[in-house]
Design a protein around this ligand. Structure first.
Ligand code: FUB
Ligand code: ZN
Length: 643
């Protein structure tokens, strides 16, 4: 969710509590998130000791030593729970939240400091290693939870605790005399302080966010100084370079995405938020340069980013591994957060198209259809037994896990799904923007009155979107509909009369400006044929292969539908492809069928290398949405097929 914006050209998102997504593709996932994922995650947080760490009773030698980033796992769950409560009152969930908050309030030190690891495990070392130890990162997630809880329940219990902590941080860090000129090795606190400013109106928190953004990457380098102060060789950093945490140069000088992917996304969100709140165009310009770097040269087809496990992040332009693709779930979530912020600053369908691509593919693959297990890494091909993702042990092979030692992704998915409605609409003066298509009823403030906006659609399985616009009283305003970049022949009618999409579309939004009356109808038809998508020639690992995409959904082959050795399949240029709604598959899913070729003599030539030309026979293929892979029998998966 984006912080409040305060300058004229920006839009404001319509918040999720005004957007009731019911049924359909997302309604089911949001329901599963509430009924299954949130309780499961609460149990994990209890069983692993992450919540009870706040009792501050841990003693050396006992199990479940409070870890430096446990507070962030708890905080993201609290934020998700707060979003869920706002739309679905739940006494048990509210009680669980209140209990955790009471523990935090009790644990908070007199000076406002609040961190379960440092208070219980190493109290003398607080604020001594900002580069590696996540103190401000955890503070940021706690602040986001506090703002969500306050908006959801009206209670200031967590908000007051967090304001005391943020006041302590503002008395500790800054450019002023006697303050540490530090900032966090893992960005997050920046965007969070802007949210805290939005919730409280206290300018101190916006100034703190602005300081953290402006200070990053300046020399003499704070992380070097603090390492020396710890008696360490700065070169022995966990990750040798400051590119890892985007602290290699000041942010306004950055044009190429580098380093850890989640850190990068949260930094860019903070930059966009400070730009929006202060009108600082130089920060927005830097974001636009970085947007091109990420989405034009380092984003996988699924909206996944950060291809390598070694730094959980970026490498070089067009590096698109498939079997070893890391593409952390949190990174795709961070891309959605950033895209959403860019969309408020400048309504351009490029931002919404990327947000949609990541949501339907690289984010959603991170959670099982049943909502009870998760991916940390999201490869684009798996082959049983492959060395693949040796990150934190076998968990990261091709089956989802119930939890992780480093459990950042599960609660991140939960908080995004619980607030998904916030990503569908924006408003600006007398303009209403529709970014996402899903069945919902929204109460939207436009130019001082409430407009009830209803969408009925089977999207993403079909592209027919029927909308009704009902202002309380007739009024003239603009309804701007995103025309997705993947759609080449959108058709539009208002109250049954055709409208030329081309004539009214600017920056990817068809702008219908008229005097609206209760019950006016819009019909948008977005044909979504199965498309063969090819990669840029510099994307070496996937160039010469083809991926199947239908509307916003990327497809993949699974062994369970197509047999083993998926790499023996070729999908020649002229292959006939069709799509069909399979009602019994995952509650109704459009699958793609086609006639392809399968290598016939693969098994016969045992030679590792051979001059014998391959022989092919016809074969039927079935492809399912990538977000649904690994929900059935274990086996191979492949997004990019040979052509
Ligand atoms: O360091 C906190 C989180 O844990 C990062 O955002 C993830 O990449 C994981 O390393
Ligand atoms: Zn994660």
């Amino acid at each position: 969710m984006t912080a409040t914006t305060n300058h004229a050209t920006a839009c404001a998102p319509v918040l999720f509590n005004k957007v009731r997504i019911k049924g359909g593709f997302w309604g089911r996932r949001i329901d599963t998130n509430r009924r299954t994922t949130l309780p499961i995650e609460y149990k994990q947080l209890k069983d692993t000791g992450r919540i009870d760490a706040w009792k501050l009773k841990w003693k050396p030698g006992q199990p479940n030593e409070p870890h430096i980033f446990w507070d962030s796992d708890v905080a993201k769950w609290m934020e998700a729970a707060a979003y869920s409560l706002r739309c679905h009152p739940d006494r048990k969930l509210e009680k669980q939240l209140d209990e955790v908050i009471a523990m935090m309030k009790k644990a908070q030190l007199k000076d406002g400091y609040l961190n379960s690891h440092y208070i219980a495990v190493e109290p003398k070392k607080r604020w001594t290693n900002l580069r590696d130890c996540h103190e401000l990162y955890c503070a940021g997630h706690l602040a986001e939870a506090a703002v969500a809880h306050y908006h959801a329940t009206g209670k200031r219990t967590l908000l007051d605790v967090m304001c005391r902590y943020a006041d302590h941080i503002s008395r500790t860090f800054g450019a002023g005399r006697g303050l540490k000129r530090g900032y966090c090795g893992h960005e997050e606190v920046e965007l969070a302080m802007v949210k805290l400013f939005g919730a409280t109106g206290n300018r101190r928190y916006l100034d703190l966010a602005t300081y953290f953004i402006n200070e990053r990457g300046h020399k003499p380098h704070y992380f070097t100084q603090e390492a020396v102060a710890r008696g360490e060789d700065p070169k022995k950093a966990h990750h040798q370079t400051y590119e890892y945490c985007q602290a290699h140069v000041p942010v306004r000088e950055q044009s190429k995405v580098v380093g850890h992917s989640v850190r990068a996304m949260y930094l860019y969100c903070g930059m966009a938020d400070v730009a929006a709140a202060t009108g600082d165009k130089s920060l927005l310009d830097a974001c636009k340069r970085l947007w091109q770097s990420v989405t034009r040269r380092q984003m996988h087809i699924t909206g996944g980013i950060g291809p390598t496990a070694s730094n959980e992040g970026f490498t070089t332009d067009y590096d698109m591994p498939v079997e070893t693709a890391y593409l952390e779930t949190c990174a795709a979530i961070g891309l959605v957060f950033w895209a959403h912020r860019m969309l408020q600053a400048e309504v351009d369908s490029d931002y919404a198209d990327v947000m949609e691509r990541a949501l339907y593919n690289g984010v959603l693959s991170g959670v099982s259809f049943k909502g009870d297990s998760f991916f940390y890494a999201n490869p684009l091909a798996v082959y049983p037994g492959m060395s693949g993702l040796q990150y934190n042990g076998p968990d990261y092979h091709y089956r989802r896990s119930g939890w992780f030692g480093c459990a950042c992704c599960p609660p991140n998915v939960a908080r995004l799904l619980a607030s998904l409605g916030s990503y569908a609409y924006s408003t600006r003066r007398n303009e209403l923007y529709v970014h996402l298509y899903a069945g919902n009823r929204a109460d939207i403030e436009v130019d001082g009155q409430t407009v009830v906006f209803v969408q009925e659609t089977g999207y993403p399985w079909d592209g027919d979107v029927r909308m009704t616009v009902s202002p309380r009283k007739p009024a003239a305003f603009t309804v701007a509909l995103r025309i997705p970049g993947w759609c080449r022949s959108a058709r539009l009618s208002v109250n049954g009369r055709g409208v030329s999409v081309k004539a009214i579309t600017r920056k990817g939004y068809a702008r219908i400006r008229r005097r609206w009356e209760r019950g006016d109808r819009i019909e948008l038809v977005l044909p979504m044929p199965v498309e063969r998508v090819l990669a840029h020639p510099r994307a070496r690992q996937v160039c010469g292969r083809v991926a199947l995409v239908r509307g916003p959904v990327v497809y993949c082959l699974e062994q369970t539908d197509n047999g083993p050795e998926l790499n023996d399949i070729r999908l020649p240029r002229g292959a006939k492809l069709g799509s069909k709604l399979e009602k019994r598959l995952f509650g109704g899913t459009v699958v793609v069928h086609g006639t392809a070729l399968r290598r016939a003599n693969a098994g016969r030539t045992n030679a590792l290398y051979s001059a014998a030309p391959p022989e092919y026979v016809k074969t039927r293929i079935t492809a399912i949405p990538y977000c649904l892979w690994a929900n059935r029998e274990p086996g191979e998966m492949l997004v990019w097929m040979r052509e």
